[in-house]
Design a protein around this ligand. Structure first.
Ligand SMILES: NC(=O)c1ccc[n+]([C@@H]2O[C@H](COP(=O)([O-])OP(=O)(O)OC[C@H]3O[C@@H](n4cnc5c(N)ncnc54)[C@H](O)[C@@H]3O)[C@@H](O)[C@H]2O)c1
Length: 251
């Protein structure tokens, strides 16, 4: 019961890393608000998890929708102690083939969505006595990739936004920690299109696997385990830090 009595709002909670985290939050005695723009999958997961989970419709670029999602947590479960910003999109482009519109779309969802989540949740978390914010960045927030320029820019922004939020909350003595998580390639619906095709005489899956010294893709559960540690009181001296979960990719 590592999250007993803790209420956690999960953006991107309908799928992949967010959904696995919501499952773990409930299994560890907490309450999860599954927030996502995919209403069908989000509601189905909340129903599967029972009374300890609720669904809130959320497009992370919409500030009013964030306020409703935070209100759902407070009104349903009496407070807010954790926020996981997991909603995100992966788009392939280089500096030469990315349009301004596409650059804005990727950065709005991945970076601005994380900003809005932190900004909206902090007052409710402060009122609830503090807590923990976890922002999902990527190994591509630590390094560049010619084929994922806009994504790298958005995830680099999440990394440094996280540190600034952490320092502000520490200075204000809100009792709120904020850390970023940097996964390698994780076998979720986001990367499904990349598993097809052929690269360097390998299938897409084999090529992605070969990037990781451990020789395989990660699983959403493995990232959720790291997130759970950061949401729990096992990590009370960690804030403003980068937690890498990448099968050795960046090593
Ligand atoms: N899968 C990977 O290899 C990988 C690697 C590094 C980082 N990440 C990051 O992990 C996070 C979770 O990704 P995942 O792999 O679980 O993918 P996923 O596609 O399984 O889940 C992403 C979820 O975000 C939701 N979402 C997308 N845009 C949204 C929006 N505007 N508003 C609300 N919800 C929105 C989707 O509906 C979906 O439920 C993302 O931020 C992603 O960039 C993934």
């Amino acid at each position: 019961m590592r999250l007993e009595n803790k209420v956690v709002l999960v953006s991107g909670g309908a799928s992949g890393i967010g959904a696995e985290t919501a499952r773990r939050v409930v299994r560890e005695g907490g309450k999860a608000v599954v927030a996502d723009r995919d209403e069908n999958k989000g509601r189905a997961l909340a129903e599967e998890l029972g009374e300890s989970a609720a669904f809130a419709p959320l497009d992370v670029v919409d500030e009013a929708a964030w306020q409703n999602a935070v209100a759902t947590a407070v009104e349903t479960y009496g407070g807010l102690h954790g926020l996981l910003n997991a909603a995100g999109i992966g788009v392939r482009n280089s500096i030469e083939d990315c349009s301004l519109e596409e650059y804005r779309r990727v950065n709005d969802i991945n970076s601005m969505g994380t900003f809005l989540g932190c900004k909206t949740a902090i007052p409710a978390m402060t009122k609830s006595g503090g807590g923990s914010i976890v922002n999902i960045s990527s190994v591509l927030g630590l390094r560049g990739a010619s084929y994922a320029m806009a994504y790298c820019a958005s995830k680099g922004a999440v990394r440094s936004l996280t540190k600034s939020v952490a320092m502000h909350c520490a200075q204000m003595k809100y009792g709120i920690r904020c850390n970023s998580v940097h996964p390698g390639y994780i076998d979720t619906p986001m990367i499904a299109p990349r598993l097809e095709g052929t690269i360097d005489n390998m299938t897409g899956r084999q090529w992605l696997e070969s990037l990781h010294p451990l020789g395989r893709l990660g699983r959403a559960e493995e990232v959720a385990d790291m997130v759970l540690f950061l949401l729990s009181d096992e990590s009370t001296f960690s804030t403003g830090s980068e937690f890498v979960c990448d099968g050795g990719l960046t090593a």
